[in-house]
Design a protein around this ligand. Sequence first.
Ligand SMILES: NC(=O)C1=CN([C@@H]2O[C@H](COP(=O)(O)OP(=O)(O)OC[C@H]3O[C@@H](n4cnc5c(N)ncnc54)[C@H](O)[C@@H]3O)[C@@H](O)[C@H]2O)[C@@H](O)CC1
Ligand SMILES: Nc1ncnc2c1ncn2[C@@H]1O[C@H](COP(=O)(O)OP(=O)(O)OP(=O)(O)O)[C@@H](O)[C@H]1O
Ligand SMILES: [Mg+2]
Length: 329
Amino acid sequence: MALGSRCGAIRACRRVLERAFSLHKVHSVKDMENTLQLVRNIIPPLSSTKHKGQDGRIGVVGGCQEYTGAPYFAAISALKVGADLSHVFCASAAAPVIKAYSPELIVHPVLDSPNAVHEVEKWLPRLHALVVGPGLGRDDALLRNVQGILEASKARDIPVVIDADGLWLVAQQPALIQGYQKAVLTPNHMEFSRLYDAVLRGPVDSDDRHGSVLRLSRALGNVTVVQKGERDILSNGQQVLVCSQEGSSRRCGGQGDLLSGSLGVLVHWALLAGPEKTNGSSPLLVAAFGACSLTRQCNHQAFQKHGRSTTTSDMIAEVGAAFSKLFET
Ligand SMILES: NC(=O)C1=CN([C@@H]2O[C@H](COP(=O)(O)OP(=O)(O)OC[C@H]3O[C@@H](n4cnc5c(N)ncnc54)[C@H](O)[C@@H]3O)[C@@H](O)[C@H]2O)[C@@H](O)CC1
Ligand SMILES: Nc1ncnc2c1ncn2[C@@H]1O[C@H](COP(=O)(O)OP(=O)(O)OP(=O)(O)O)[C@@H](O)[C@H]1O
Ligand SMILES: [Mg+2]
């Protein structure tokens, strides 16, 4: 057999084995309930002895002239889930707009400044997690600054959730997060295909979503990957979880930002709680499962009230009730 076709046969064989392996690990409905219990375990108790900041200081890196809604949705969702302080590091044109949406957010107009990396780095010692990408845009100068911010965050071992245009950057330079165990990527359908193609140099096998997510995570050195869709598929290259919490058929823009902002807080809580509380499961996978369930539950509740007119703001108004329903039972 020619070497080329032999390699092809070996690859096909490996794929069949991987598919069987990943199917073996797929989550049942009972597993979903068990995983929700693990999410409940990582939620810090409310206590009168805590000081401001202890339950989470989250930074969102994103927001440019075109997109001001996305970083707002992510940052306000972090607060609504239970973080104490939520910062947005955005381009100067976006800052007054985001500030005007909400007095609750701390907004830094630094991302397009020549000292952007330094300006954000100053804050890093005070932040528990970063959410990188919502509404960032794809301007080269901004992306270069975000590359520096990611490198500085890794050097400090700060957990990072990478979403939206942050994933565009990672698709250009996968080495930026290769093997970083405190990174979670949250691609939508398109972002996943782009990343997969960049990292594995081939198209996604649409008949095998579980295997595809597992393979991408492994190829990135076991970085946690959350592929959003009709069902969310989550993997750290070892385990595959599926979140099929009931949502709705309403697909308004901004729902992914709610997910990445909530995940910023949950990642911090999960790492603080540690593997004891997650029963040996990866804390980042448990956090991601929590954020997916919560986003979908918000979507479900908002749709009950608003039907086709549901928007992401309606979903954010449901965060408190959805959180109680899922996690405070
Ligand atoms: N109000 C705002 O400011 C918003 C800004 N956004 C920002 O907009 C920028 C671009 O984000 P995009 O999500 O558009 O990224 P992309 O430019 O990668 O586009 C994703 C495309 O994939 C399509 N798509 C999604 N799910 C699909 C599926 N299951 N099958 C086939 N196609 C599918 C969408 O229609 C969209 O055109 C980001 O910076 C993002 O954060 C969005 O977050 C939405 C809200
Ligand atoms: N077909 C679907 N059915 C049910 N839920 C879905 C479906 N597609 C996506 N979702 C849910 O919607 C949320 C956002 O996923 P989506 O794919 O819209 O992200 P996104 O494109 O990044 O959003 P954004 O507009 O914020 O950028 C996730 O919680 C996901 O589980
Ligand atoms: Mg998105």
